[in-house]
Ligand binder design. Structure first.
Ligand SMILES: [Zn+2]
Length: 371
């Protein structure tokens, strides 16, 4: 089958307990090393490509370069950078006296000039996807998941105009209904989560064939394992509401002919790296996708979101041979994709990078070097 594509990947999230851990727990130098461990793990899990959903400082761009130069192992990356959020929005909840600015993770903006300035900084960083925070989230009690205006329409519009001018793509954390509409009207290229859609959202989404990445296993993991990690009950209740809304919306989008990418927002203590394929199982067992629909979302659609459908995402002559060879029939047992011990080979560009045959591949590699 085609190699898997993680459509909402956070290489720099080192199984954190809260978002501010990214900025205060370790220096970026150490986070970069942890990120390289995460990319290697993702490849071993059968993910030959990944689209970032945001990262600390500019780590993604350099991870991507190190992977392309074969210095470290990992999925082919589509890089994001620091994310964009308005002051007082989802990513800006620490009061001033705590002196936690979150500078590594987000640009905190006030108005359209700040929005343009942030995007221009990202242009210079060399990223591909601008990640923004138009709406709230259950994880943040102050800006719950129905909260719309974490960013104004004018700010979102300024982000899109500036980004598109430099050929960057824009996506955003969109849960609340009005926020989803604002993002689509502003010209977003992808919607993350798309939790509470209505008829108008669906029409806007389908009109431009904008893909949506629900990233639902994070919500399920938050409900299942939240108590063990000390999440307050009110937050867990919010995640349950998000989960229910997200399931209904994802199914609606797919059945209406829309595109769904699969990625699970991994990198939190209760939703750690390595569990990536749980998202695929979840979409089959809890959302109601057929195994082949879920696999197509996790391969072909992921490649399309990355803008690389000509290179990978399907098994076709002329593509890069990013392949996953599984011992078993994933169409009859989707959970096989969660079990790395069943992977015979994970190939990138026709080269075996992980799986049971890795040792053999190294022998071949040596044989080639020896002529
Ligand atoms: Zn995310």
């Amino acid at each position: 089958m085609p190699g898997l594509v993680e459509a909402h990947f956070h290489a720099t999230y080192f199984n954190i307990l809260e978002l501010q851990d990214l900025d205060i727990k370790y220096p970026v130098e150490y986070v970069s090393i942890l990120s390289a461990v995460n990319t290697k793990l993702a490849l071993e899990c059968g993910y030959t490509a990944a689209r970032s959903g945001g990262c600390l400082f500019n780590v993604d761009v350099w991870l991507k370069q190190a992977i392309e130069n074969d210095l470290i192992a990992g999925p082919r990356l589509s890089a994001s950078g620091r994310e964009i959020c308005s002051a007082g929005g989802l990513m800006d909840w620490n009061p001033e006296f705590r002196k936690i600015g979150m500078e590594g993770l987000v640009f905190i903006i006030n108005g359209v000039e700040d929005a343009r300035r942030a995007v221009r900084a990202l242009v210079k960083d060399g990223i591909e996807w601008v990640k923004t925070y138009p709406t709230g989230d259950a994880a943040s009690p102050d800006t719950n998941d129905h909260h719309t205006l974490c960013m104004t329409f004018e700010e979102m519009n300024a982000v899109v105009q500036t980004a598109h001018n430099h050929k960057l793509k824009v996506t955003g954390h969109c849960r609340a209904t009005e926020g989803i509409k604002n993002a689509l009207k502003a010209g977003y290229d992808c919607i993350e989560h798309g939790t509470f859609i209505d008829d108008e959202c669906l029409d806007l989404l389908l009109a431009r064939d904008v893909p949506c990445v629900p990233a639902l296993y994070f919500e399920k993991a938050s409900v299942l394992r939240g108590p063990e990690f000390g999440l307050p009950q009110s937050v867990i209740d919010g995640h349950q509401e998000t989960l229910d809304g997200g399931i209904a919306s994802a199914l609606r989008i797919l059945r209406a002919g829309g595109r769904i990418g699969l990625g699970g927002d991994y990198g939190f203590g209760w939703n750690p790296h390595g569990d990536y394929a749980r998202e695929i199982t979840f979409f089959v067992k809890d959302v109601g996708f057929t195994p082949l629909e879920a696999i197509m979302c996790a391969t072909k659609t992921g490649a399309e979101i990355m803008g690389r459908a000509d290179d990978f995402g399907t098994v076709e002559i002329g593509k890069l041979a990013d392949l996953l060879v599984v011992d078993g029939d994933v169409a009859s047992d989707i959970t096989l994709l969660e079990d790395r011990s069943r992977f015979i080979a994970v190939m990138q560009g026709g080269i075996i990078k992980a799986g049971q045959l890795t040792r053999t591949a190294r022998t071949w590699d040596n044989a080639i070097k020896m002529g």
